[in-house]
Structures are given as structure tokens and as C-alpha cells.
Design a protein around this ligand. Structure first.
Ligand code: GLY
Length: 354
């Protein structure tokens, strides 16, 4: 894990040797800025962010460009054509945050517009609001010059058709009638509330991950962060996840650093884990340790939740932590690494292991 760092001074250049989870050594170097870090393995989008940062554009531009690239690719858990809701519609959540100004723009349940992170940036730059949602976010986007279009594809239509044929399984309903574990809706609440638990089939893994979230720090330590996703397959229409919520999907602070999240947004949103991670770094924890502690707070209540956090401080020291998977991959690049590099951390599954 990244915290198991062995420092070795090699003359004439000072190089930090870090021992990764599989025992490999990698060069963290002494030139840590500028840098970009992002969740999961999307090298193409990560490279776009890095190129943007290196053409002397801002950290904010880099995050927008990198997340936009992932949205353009679409077809999966980010952007158009993936994760249809219970009506078969793909809707998008995104946010962008500027560490210099603490300004945020976000959209939730954005309908019929492909470029969610760019609409989020327009919310930040052209309104005094933070978060717009649903059809009215669409109206706002159209007024800002974005094209309104269908976000469904043959693939998302097929996913939806199969889900209907499978009696709407999995779905996200609890304590309703007819029994949501075997029947489609419409549903009504049942009188005896059992609390219920997350149904099987949340299904977040490397092949079906949920969010690209990203942090960029320029060579002067100016930081920005963002996240974009189409949320959760078969979500109840109107659902907004963690990604567009400041402190949850992403959080950056010009004096400390930033953190962004991925995973089960319906759980993570209850804990503001990106904020917790940044505040942990402010109190002196390493990025990795702070991300771990944020996840511990969630696992006390939800021992089987799946999620991960990436974090960096404004000096470019970075780390990640995860819960509920075996390992978690993320991308990082800085001058010492020279190219987008996939790192992997081992997850801690039970709170006792922390
Ligand atoms: N983490 C993305 C979501 O749950 O919506």
C-alpha cells in the first residue's frame, strides 16, 4: 500500500522509492507537480486532463477536459448510453470545484444533455447557485448553448428491455408492495417498516464502475476537482447520487489538497467522505491514511459498502483507499512519472482491519 513507503536517497538525484501492493517499486520522484489523479483506469481521459494542464491551462480546465473526454466516450457508467433508470432514461450527475475560490458548480439528474461537467462549470461561472437538477438543469444548459438530445443508445435500450423482462431485477425499492424483489412496480409503501437493506446487484467493480472523479494540481499548487457519472443502473427516476454533492463526490481546498470519491453513492453521500479526507489531511494525516479513515467511518454503519477515495495534497503527495473490493486501481501522472500510470491499492474490507 502507498503508506508502506520506503524512502531511499539515491545520489545525485533524490528519488523516493515506494513499495506498491504487489511489492513493485515505483518512482515517486521529487518533481510532484503538476499532477493529475483520477479514479479507475481511463488513461485516455486522464491523458486529456494532463495535456490540458501542460498547455498551461488551469487545473479547472484540466478537470473539465478530462471528465468531458470520459463523457464523450459514453456507453458505460459515465456519460450517455449507460445505466438507464427505471424509465429507461440515462441521466447524468456531475460537479466541478475550484480550490482557489471554493466555488462549485454541479448538476444532478441532468436529462438529455451529454456534457454534464461542462454544464456544471456553467452553473459555477454564470449563476450564484451550486447545484441545478432535472429538467430545469436541461433548460439552463440549453440557454447556455448546449444541444438537447436523447442519451439512450441501442445498448442502453437493450439493458432496459432485459431488466423489464427480468421482472425489474435488481431494483432499489424497500418495504413496498408488490414485493420489489420479485415484481415490477408501481409500488406502494407497506405499513410495517423493516428498514430494509441494499438489494443485491449494486454491482460496482472494475468492469462496471460508477464514476470518474479527478483532481488536478498545477505547478503552483492551484487545485481543482470534479466528478461525473450516470449514476446507478435502474435507479428510481429523480435519484441524485454522491458525485454532484460538494464534500461527497469531490472536495478541494487551496490550503490543503483535494479528495474525490467513487462507489455506492447512496451510502457515501451520507458521510461527506471527500470533505472528511481533506480535513484529515489538514490535521496532518497522509492522503492515504486520511482516505482510509473516511472509509472507516462509513464501514462502521455499512460494513459491506463498496467505495474508494483518491486524495492528494497541494504538494502533490497522493494516495488512495478503498473498501469492499479486493483492490482499487487509479491513474496518476506527474513529471516524475512522466506518463499516466496505473496504481493499485489493497482494500480493507472490515473495520477491524484498520
Ligand atoms: N458514485 C456514483 C453514484 O452512486 O451515483
Amino acid at each position: 500500500m502507498l503508506s508502506d513507503v520506503v524512502l531511499s536517497m539515491l545520489w545525485p538525484s533524490v528519488i523516493l522509492l515506494a513499495v506498491g501492493p504487489a511489492g513493485e517499486c515505483y518512482n515517486q520522484g521529487d518533481i510532484k507537480l503538476p499532477m493529475v489523479i483520477s479514479t479507475w483506469i481511463d488513461k485516455e481521459s486522464h491523458n486529456v486532463a494532463w495535456e490540458t494542464l501542460n498547455t498551461k491551462k488551469s487545473a479547472l480546465d484540466a478537470v473539465e477536459a478530462g471528465c468531458s473526454k470520459c463523457e464523450e466516450l459514453g456507453g458505460g457508467s459515465v456519460g450517455f448510453g449507460g445505466n438507464p433508470d427505471e424509465n429507461g432514461e440515462t441521466t447524468l450527475d456531475a460537479m466541478i470545484m475550484d480550490g482557489e475560490t471554493h466555488n462549485v458548480g454541479a448538476v444532478g439528474n441532468l436529462r438529455r444533455i451529454k456534457s454534464a461537467i461542462s454544464v456544471a462549470r456553467k452553473v459555477m461561472e454564470h449563476t450564484s447557485h451550486t447545484l441545478l437538477t432535472g429538467s430545469q438543469a436541461t433548460q439552463f444548459a440549453v440557454s447556455m448553448g448546449f444541444k438537447e438530445e436523447d442519451l439512450s443508445t441501442n445498448s442502453s435500450r437493450e439493458i432496459y428491455k432485459k431488466w423489464k423482462e427480468n421482472n425489474c431485477q435488481p431494483n432499489r425499492w424497500l418495504d413496498v408492495t408488490p414485493n420489489p424483489r420479485i415484481s415490477c412496480g408501481p409500488y406502494s409503501p407497506i405499513k410495517d417498516h423493516h428498514g430494509g437493506s441494499e438489494p443485491e446487484g449494486y454491482g460496482l467493480d472494475e468492469g462496471n464502475h460508477d464514476t470518474i472523479s479527478m483532481i488536478a494540481v498545477d505547478e503552483n499548487g492551484r487545485i481543482a476537482g470534479g466528478a461525473t457519472t450516470n449514476g446507478l443502473s435502474h435507479k428510481v427516476p429523480g435519484r441524485v447520487g454522491d458525485s454532484p454533492i460538494p464534500g461527497s463526490g469531490a472536495y478541494v481546498d487551496k490550503d490543503v489538497g483535494g479528495a474525490t470519491a467513487t462507489g455506492n453513492g447512496d451510502i457515501m453521500i451520507r458521510f461527506s467522505p471527500s470533505l472528511l479526507t481533506v480535513e484529515g489531511m489538514r490535521s496532518g494525516l497522509t492522503p492515504e491514511k486520511s482516505a482510509q479513515e473516511a472509509l472507516v467511518k462509513i464501514s462502521r454503519f455499512y460494513p459491506s459498502f463498496r467505495g474508494a477515495i483518491i486524495a492528494t495534497n497541494i504538494k502533490g503527495d497522493y494516495g488512495a483507499a478503498c473498501h469492499g473490493y479486493d483492490t482499487f486501481p487509479f491513474c496518476v501522472v506527474n513529471p516524475a512519472l512522466n506518463q499516466t500510470t496505473v496504481k493499485r491499492v489493497n482494500c480493507v474490507k472490515k473495520k477491524e482491519e484498520f
